[in-house]
Design a protein around this ligand. Structure first.
Ligand SMILES: Cc1cc2nc3c(=O)[nH]c(=O)nc-3n(C[C@H](O)[C@H](O)[C@H](O)COP(=O)(O)OP(=O)(O)OC[C@H]3O[C@@H](n4cnc5c(N)ncnc54)[C@H](O)[C@@H]3O)c2cc1C
Length: 383
C-alpha cells in the first residue's frame, strides 16, 4: 500500500548537498521529506578524497567556496559530531615554469575574491615539505584549506536533519515526480509525497530528475580513481595537489596516505563504479615523482566514485527554467564536497526568500540553452 505524506519541501538525494539542505530548511521552519535511494552520504559525498579546498576553483565558485569555508570552521559544533576537518593547508605544486606562471596568475585573481595564496619557490616549497621530489619547481599554498573525513560528513548532516525534525527516508528510490497545479507529487514504490517545493540534489541521477520536467541538461559522469596505503609514520602534513589536477595526496591522522589521479570506470545508471589497474598504476607512478618516500608502501585499497559533471565544470544551482518552485543543485564536477554546507544554505534561501545573497547567476541551468559557447572552465577537475 502506498504511504502518503504532505510536506513543504521534498528533497531527492541524500548526499552532502541534499542533507545540508534538509538541515538549513528545518532551521527556517519548513517541513522536509528527504528521499535517498541508498544510504545518506554513500554516493560521491562519502567516497571522495575529502579535500576542503578553495585554491584552484573556478573564480565564479570562489564566493561560494569562501562562504562554505566559514561554515567548515563551525561544522563540528553545528553537527554535534567530529567530522575530522583539519585546516592543514593545501599546497598546489608546479612541475614546470609554465605551471608556476599559472599559479602566479591564479593567486592574483584569487586575491580579488579575498583568497590569500602564498607563492613558494622550489627552496621554500622544500623547506615546507622536505620530502618533495625533484620535479617540483615551486608551489602555491592556501593555509586555510584542508580536508575532512567524507564518510562522516553526509551521515552527520542526515542525523542532524532528523534531530531537527526532517523526515529522512533511506532506500527510497524516486521513480517519478511531476507538478500538479501548484504542488509536486514525488513517488517511490512505497511512497507518494505531496509538496509545495521540490529540490533536485540527486547527484549523477539529477539529469533524469530534470528531464521529468522537460529540462535536458548535459550532465555526464566523472569517476575519479583513488588509492590508499597502509598506515605510515606521519609526514605528509598538508593536502597536496598539482597544476593539471592529475595527482592529489594527503595523509590522515591514522597514518594512511590517500591518493588520487586519473579515472576509474562507472555506470551512471546503476551508480556503480570501480578503479582501473592502469589508472591506479599511472597514479602511483606520478605520485612517486612528487613523494618518493612512498616507494615500497603497500596499497591496501583502491576505489572510485561517480559525480555529475557539467561541460563547463561548474555546477547547476538555482531555480528550474521550466517549472516554478523546483530547485536544482547538481553537477558539482568532482569538487562539490567543500561546497556542500553552503549549497544547503543557498537552497534554503531560494525556497524561503526566493533569492540567495550569494552570486549564483553563473550556475543558472539556462546557460546551456542560451550559450552557443560555454564559459571557459577556469579550473579542471581536481581535489
Ligand atoms: C572519488 C571522488 C573524489 C572527490 N574528491 C573531492 C574532494 O576532494 N573535494 C571536493 O570538494 N569534492 C570532491 N569530489 C566531489 C564531491 O564528492 C561531490 O561533488 C559531492 O559529494 C556531490 O554531492 P551531492 O550531494 O551533489 O551528490 P551525491 O553525494 O552523489 O548524492 C546524491 C544522492 O542522490 C541519490 N539519488 C540519485 N538518484 C536518486 C533517486 N532517483 N531517488 C533517490 N535518491 C537518488 C544518490 O543515491 C546519492 O546518494 C569527489 C568525488 C569523487 C567521486
Amino acid at each position: 500500500m502506498t504511504e502518503r505524506l504532505t510536506t513543504d519541501v521534498t528533497i531527492i538525494g541524500g548526499g552532502v548537498a541534499g542533507c545540508a539542505a534538509a538541515v538549513a530548511l528545518r532551521r527556517v521552519g519548513l517541513k522536509v521529506v528527504l528521499l535517498e535511494k541508498g544510504a545518506c552520504g554513500a554516493g560521491a559525498s562519502g567516497v571522495n578524497f575529502g579535500g576542503v579546498r578553495q585554491q584552484g576553483r573556478s573564480l565564479v565558485e570562489l564566493p561560494l567556496a569562501r562562504r562554505s569555508r566559514a561554515i567548515w570552521d563551525k561544522l563540528n559544533e553545528m553537527l554535534g559530531e567530529d567530522v575530522e576537518f583539519e585546516a592543514t593547508g593545501h599546497i598546489k605544486l608546479a612541475r614546470s615554469e609554465a605551471d608556476m606562471a599559472e599559479l602566479e596568475r591564479y593567486a592574483r585573481d584569487a586575491a580579488e575574491h579575498g583568497l590569500e595564496l602564498q607563492l613558494l619557490g622550489a627552496n621554500a616549497a622544500r623547506a615546507d615539505l622536505p620530502w618533495l621530489g625533484e620535479k617540483v619547481v615551486g608551489a602555491s599554498l592556501c593555509a586555510e584549506d584542508g580536508a575532512a573525513n567524507p564518510r562522516l560528513v553526509g551521515p552527520a548532516f542526515a542525523r542532524l536533519a532528523r534531530r531537527l525534525g526532517a523526515d529522512v527516508r533511506e532506500h527510497a528510490l524516486v521513480n517519478a515526480a511531476a507538478r500538479e497545479g501548484e504542488r509536486f507529487e514525488t513517488r517511490t514504490d512505497a511512497l507518494a509525497v505531496d509538496s509545495r517545493f521540490l529540490v533536485n540534489a540527486a547527484g549523477i541521477g539529477a539529469g533524469k530528475v530534470a528531464s521529468w520536467f522537460g529540462e535536458e541538461v548535459p550532465l555526464g559522469p566523472v569517476v575519479p580513481n583513488m588509492l590508499v596505503t597502509e598506515p605510515l609514520p606521519i609526514f605528509v602534513t598538508r593536502s597536496v595537489g598539482v597544476c593539471g589536477g592529475d595527482v592529489y595526496v594527503r595523509q590522515v591522522s591514522r597514518g594512511n596516505v590517500i591518493m588520487g589521479g586519473g579515472r576509474g570506470w562507472g555506470d551512471a545508471e546503476l551508480l556503480h563504479s570501480g578503479p582501473t589497474t592502469d589508472q591506479s598504476l599511472t597514479g602511483m607512478r606520478k605520485t612517486l615523482d612528487l613523494v618518493p618516500a612512498l616507494r615500497g608502501a603497500h596499497i591496501i585499497r583502491t576505489w572510485a566514485g561517480i559525480d555529475g559533471q557539467m561541460p563547463d565544470r561548474i555546477p547547476v544551482i538555482g531555480f528550474s527554467a521550466t517549472t516554478p518552485d523546483l530547485v536544482h543543485a547538481f553537477g558539482f564536477s568532482g569538487h562539490g564536497f567543500q561546497l556542500g554546507p553552503v549549497v544547503g544554505e543557498i537552497i534554503a534561501e531560494l525556497i524561503a526568500d526566493g533569492r540567495s545573497p550569494s552570486p549564483i547567476e553563473p550556475f543558472a541551468i539556462t546557460r546551456f540553452a542560451e550559450a552557443s559557447v560555454l564559459p571557459a572552465a577556469a579550473a579542471g577537475v581536481e581535489h
